[in-house]
Design a protein around this ligand. Structure first.
Ligand SMILES: [Zn+2]
Ligand SMILES: [Zn+2]
Length: 304
């Protein structure tokens, strides 16, 4: 395979259209490319983590571990490590960044938000909420656009923590505040608005308001469909909506939506997020279409 950067052989695919060597990929990532601008797909998360680890070591060796660039790389690497399941390693990197008082304020704050996010996904809701409750008053005092965005991000995660801890009123207040702020902001990031909408939908679900949960997921899908070019992200949002439709009792609509989403996701062979979502989605669809045993052996549920 030819590397798109150095044109030499021996490269591997990092998305469905481009192959890189790991160090060529590292330099490419250093220029701020978060996902492929040709196929609009996300990079393979294992290769991305490996390239960022390589880059972090190189930057540290050249500029020293206290340099701002090294700290930025370390932050990116920690997020990528968490994404491939190396949670404790990621947490160690972030705690290290947080303990350094000399670095830029934004690295300090973003590291705490990311640490809280990882801790939340690790199921430690109280620990995650403590990090954010400590950070929020500090973010409010910084009058910058980034701190405002991190403030909203922190409130989204904290709202989700409260939701898991059973503090429903606090969760609702935070999530409604976030969505209200996003809706007032013409430049709001559609992915974050979508994420917040999905959190609110989970919230409606927990109150057994399945119709409202469905409607909220539908709004999230509309936002994603209007703003995204990555087919996986659109299909993943549709999967969430299909699950909500199923809970609301509309299995006909859910079946169609599961089927079209799965057919999109199975084509995204180089997207680990798409690949990881397939088994559960197929299981749910199989429960809906109930294929005969003979068919089940030979055919995927979306083709039955
Ligand atoms: Zn190369
Ligand atoms: Zn690509």
């Amino acid at each position: 395979m030819t590397c798109v950067v150095c044109l030499e052989d021996g490269a591997g695919y990092v998305c469905e259209c481009s192959a890189f060597h790991i160090n060529c990929f590292a330099h490419f990532l250093a220029r701020g490319h978060a996902e492929c601008n040709i196929c609009a797909g996300r990079f393979d998360r294992h290769l991305k983590a490996a390239a960022l680890a390589f880059l972090c070591t190189r930057t540290s060796n050249t500029l020293g571990s206290a340099h701002h660039t090294t700290m930025t790389r370390k932050l990116e690497m920690a997020v990528a490590l968490a994404d491939i399941g190396l949670v404790s390693l990621a947490q160690r990197c972030l705690r290290d960044l947080i303990s350094k008082t000399a670095g830029p304020v934004w690295i300090h704050s973003v590291s705490q938000v990311e640490l809280a996010r990882i801790t939340y996904h690790d199921g430690q809701f109280v620990a995650a909420s403590l990090i954010l409750e400590d950070l929020l008053p500090k973010l409010v005092c910084i009058n910058k656009r980034w701190s405002w965005l991190e403030h909203l991000e922190s409130c989204t995660i904290l709202g989700s923590c409260y939701f898991k801890m059973g503090r429903f009123t606090d969760a609702e207040n935070l999530l409604l505040f976030v969505i209200g702020s996003y809706l007032e902001d013409r430049n709001a990031c559609s992915r974050k608005v979508c994420k917040c909408m999905q959190e609110i939908a989970n919230f409606c679900h927990s109150r057994n308001d399945f119709a409202l949960a469905c409607e909220t997921h539908r709004v999230a899908v509309r936002i994603v469909e209007a703003e995204e070019i990555d087919p996986s992200r659109i299909a993943l949002a549709n999967l969430e909506l299909a699950r909500a439709e199923l809970r609301a009792g509309d299995s006909a609509l859910a079946t169609v939506r599961f089927r079209t989403s799965i057919r999109t996701l199975r084509k995204r062979k180089h997207d680990t997020y798409a690949r990881d979502a397939l088994p559960d989605a197929r299981k749910q669809l199989a429960n809906l279409v109930k294929p005969s045993k003979r068919l089940r052996v030979k055919t995927w549920p979306e083709d039955c």
